[in-house]
Design a protein around this ligand. Structure first.
Ligand SMILES: Nc1ncnc2c1ncn2[C@@H]1O[C@H](COP(=O)(O)OP(=O)(O)OP(=O)(O)O)[C@@H](O)[C@H]1O
Ligand SMILES: [Mg+2]
Length: 260
């Protein structure tokens, strides 16, 4: 199963993606977590200790690899390079594992239409397609906030889009934008989770605003332990059972939907 976690900035995409990845891995699933946010921080939500954090290098910054695979230099605009570089060994060679979650950090992907058609972009695009088409592991992709980066190329093989919202109209409006964009890209399985929930009112607000447009898979409470984990560079799941239980409920809903 291949899940992309999206939503407005700061709503808790990384917190949710990291917790889901760790939870599924703890249940024996082979999980490959992908940090597709240029401002990468999924590793810390996964609980990666400092010595492993130092080993992480975004693929887009691996100059030698990019040169070797594309036949040209990084940032070479307009030069000749192969559009179909070898990528199948990248997940195994360049992912870093912690507590059974393998993590791959992509780095900055050039926007479609930005005029850039550079080698690192070719490598990343090929890698993303490869990951989605070939990988049999459970893939959990922590996406960049917003919608501009969502293109057919990067989303074609996603099984499920999970949009994180918080109680408030702004992140819900973003959810609708993402949903209409996803629909335009032919993605049908677009779901919502509510995060930072303080009350039954918060849940009702989300549910009523989302209406029948998308299914709400579940909710995560506003949780001071989650903030504490972020401050200490810990995985929320390692210090708190509540978020673990709530994400477990969501994971069951994900499986049910995936069987439909
Ligand atoms: N359930 C929660 N309760 C309290 N705080 C939370 C909760 N979920 C996330 N946070 C806090 O909100 C902040 C943003 O969370 P996170 O980084 O997961 O969001 P994001 O959507 O990935 O952000 P970005 O758009 O910057 O990637 C962090 O400080 C995190 O600790
Ligand atoms: Mg994030």
């Amino acid at each position: 199963m291949k899940i992309a976690v999206t939503g407005k900035g700061g709503v808790g995409k990384t917190t949710f993606a990291g917790t889901l990845a760790r939870l599924l891995a703890s249940k024996g699933e082979k999980v490959l977590a992908i940090d597709a946010d240029p401002d990468a921080n999924l590793a810390s939500a996964l609980g990666f200790p400092d010595e492993l954090l130092q080993k992480l290098e975004p693929i887009a910054e691996m100059i030698t690899l990019i040169e070797e695979r594309t036949g040209t230099k990084k940032g070479n605009y307009g030069g000749m390079f192969t559009l179909n570089p070898k990528v199948d060994d990248i997940p195994d060679r360049f992912s870093v594992s912690y507590k059974d979650v393998r993590l791959l950090t992509l780095g900055t992907i050039q926007q479609a239409g930005s005029g850039c058609f550079c080698p690192e972009s070719a490598l990343l695009k090929t890698l993303i397609s490869h990951l989605f088409v070939r990988q049999t592991d459970t893939l959990i992709v922590d996406m960049e906030a917003g919608i501009e980066h969502l293109t057919r190329g990067s989303t074609a093989y996603v099984d499920m889009f999970i949009i994180t919202v918080e109680p408030g109209l702004r992140s819900i409006q973003t959810a609708f934008h993402i949903q209409s964009l996803a629909t335009g890209l032919g993605i049908k399985n677009v779901y919502v989770i509510g995060n930072k929930i303080n009350s039954a009112y918060d849940k009702r607000l989300i549910k009523s605003k989302i209406g029948d447009t998308m299914k709400v898979l579940g909710y995560i409470s506003y949780n001071l332990k989650v903030i504490q984990a972020d401050m200490n560079g810990q995985a929320p799941i390692d210090i708190d059972d509540r978020i673990k239980d709530e994400v477990e409920v969501i994971s069951h809903a994900i499986k049910e939907e995936n069987l439909k």
